[in-house]
Design a protein around this ligand. Structure first.
Ligand code: ADP
Ligand code: 6PG
Length: 177
């Protein structure tokens, strides 16, 4: 009997504004899928990190090299045929189009969290370069997923585990493994 074909790999890009839970939830999704997790924040050029640390929002020009680095990681996993979970705010449609270009594995998991919850999380988060003062610009830049983009938006208001489970259920529905 012929072996059943392996499912095509999926690259879950966990997206949304700062403090929405990308890292926390992304780690949980990767554990459930049994795949690699990549922290997209670690792929920023050092100058971007310093800019954010000093309270200045990034521009499109600042973001392009970072987005290309994220896309590069997706490409590596596609070439290896392995699943991946990677965090990347991917705030604008144009950024997501870059990530998806030539990368059919990409599936966006948008964690959508109300502003007041975000403010509290950023106030309480320790040891991160991103100041809460950049939340306004993050929210102003965010363009929600459009209907023709692969992925799903899920509320980040519940527990992290609820968000992990909700996004995994949507993924299973849209990209059966
Ligand atoms: N329900 C929740 N979902 C995700 N993160 C939460 C939740 N409740 C509290 N947090 C906390 O919110 C902060 C921001 O989460 P983080 O994963 O760093 O977000 P992001 O990567 O999107 O900036 C962390 O300190 C995290 O522990
Ligand atoms: O495009 C951007 O403006 C940044 O990439 C930003 O969206 C990202 O969120 C930061 O790297 C902060 O990191 P956290 O999202 O983990 O707070």
């Amino acid at each position: 009997m012929a072996a059943s074909p392996r499912p095509a790999p999926v690259s879950v890009v966990v997206m949304g504004v700062s403090g929405t839970g990308k890292t926390t939830v992304g780690v949980g999704i990767a554990e459930a899928l049994g795949c690699d997790f990549v922290e997209g924040d670690d792929l920023h050029p050092a100058a971007n990190v310093e800019k954010m640390r000093s309270g200045t929002p990034l521009t499109d020009e600042d973001r392009w090299p970072w987005l290309r680095a994220v896309a590069g990681r997706v490409g590596e996993h596609e070439a290896a045929g392995t699943d991946l979970v990677i965090t990347c705010s991917a705030l604008r449609r144009e950024y997501r189009d870059l990530l998806r270009d030539g990368h059919p594995s990409v599936w966006f998991a948008h964690i959508d969290t109300p502003r007041e919850v975000l403010e509290q999380r950023l106030r309480e988060r320790k040891g991160h370069y991103m100041p809460g003062s950049l939340l306004d610009s993050q929210l102003a830049t965010l363009e929600p997923l459009a209907d023709d983009e692969p992925g799903h938006a899920y509320t980040g208001q519940g527990s992290a585990q609820q968000t992990v489970d909700g996004l995994l259920a949507e993924l299973a529905d849209e990209r059966p493994r």
